[in-house]
Design a protein. Sequence first.
Length: 445
Amino acid sequence: MIRDSEPSSTDGKALIPLYTITFIGTLGFGVILTFLVFLVTDYGGNALIYGLLASTYPAFQFIGAPILGRWSDLYGRKKILLLSQLGTLLAWVIFLAALFLPVIPLIKVESGLLGAFTVTLPLFALFFARALDGATGGNVSVANAYLADLTSEEDRNKNYGRMSVASNLGYVVGPALAGILGTTIYGELLPVSVALFISVVGTLIVLFLLPDTKPCVTESYSQPENLRKVLGQEHKECYNVAGEKITFSEVFKLEYIPFMLMLYFLIFLGFNIYYTAFPIFSVAALNWNPAELGIYFSVISALMAFVQGPVLAKLAKSYRESILIVAGGFILGLQFILIVPGNLLLIYVAAVFFALGNGVMWPCVLSILSKFAGSRYQGSVQGFAISASSLASIIGLLAGGLLYTQVGAISFLIAAAIIYTVVFLSFRLLKIEKRRLAEAEIKNL
């Protein structure tokens, strides 16, 4: 029995602050990606150091996300999301301070295997800033759990699609903003200052505009089925939590969750091999400059925002989520294959396939995972999912460059093979979702 809770209806306007926070988060990330490689070079690093710095965020997020996810189950989403935003804000302060530090050499390496590089004081500060941002980077998992708290299962797919639209718009605006601001006489100082200001805005939104969800007092006896159904379809101002702490091994005992975490891992592994290999490919094989690469990624993000908005909303009315995952994954795999010949027309056709495939597939993966997690362990499961994606990101970011160095464009076929493995495994979701729908119909009789 749930006490001290009066469920009320929620509409799209109540989720606008959450979408705004998601947009701000990816906007800041898009800003930093535009000039980070140049900072690394200026401060004594090389390609290896850049790869390590890029993987620092997901490495520390792998540790921090499950903890923050569990804390959000225990203490409320808003408090932990605020903690995460404050961590990002402090990380940007350190990042900005690094630009004013003297370039003092700390470690100098000259190796035939690792190359020649120098770890300087500002470079060390950049590593610390990215590590702090990653350790408190559970905002994605908490935001996903937040959305699950505030929406019904029927609306969850649509709302995850809207959140993905907000995320992709950040990736469109961020690089463009950094490119414009970075051309001024202030160099990287201006875009970093703007990113810091954006982080302040995000923190204020969490503090003053985001509605809170909090744990409810739960009795030991079970609720009647009809009451659970009513509560499941309403805006939940609170949610059920278990008194005991859920561990990694216990998460793997939850029904279907290990399977979904495996899909999470494989999807991010394929993506990060692509995200590392494609910039190298664009320079070595296509002779693109940073502006052309930025335009390409902006086109993908803009198309994906469109797909995850009206296109996904229309498809979701006619097809089950499991069908959209299989179909979207198949289309996504094709885009990796189209890149291999190096033909400019095919590469832009691949951009359309990327947006359509990922735009349809990914919100459905998020929605199904949230349904399998249920309200009791929503934050914990989302946290472990982010850890799975972070681990895949670490491996993918480090492996992508190495694969391209060894096999060239064949690395994209490896990414395609990983995505098609996801498609093959996702056929199991067709049976699971069909069975769950049948069980739901029987309960409603």
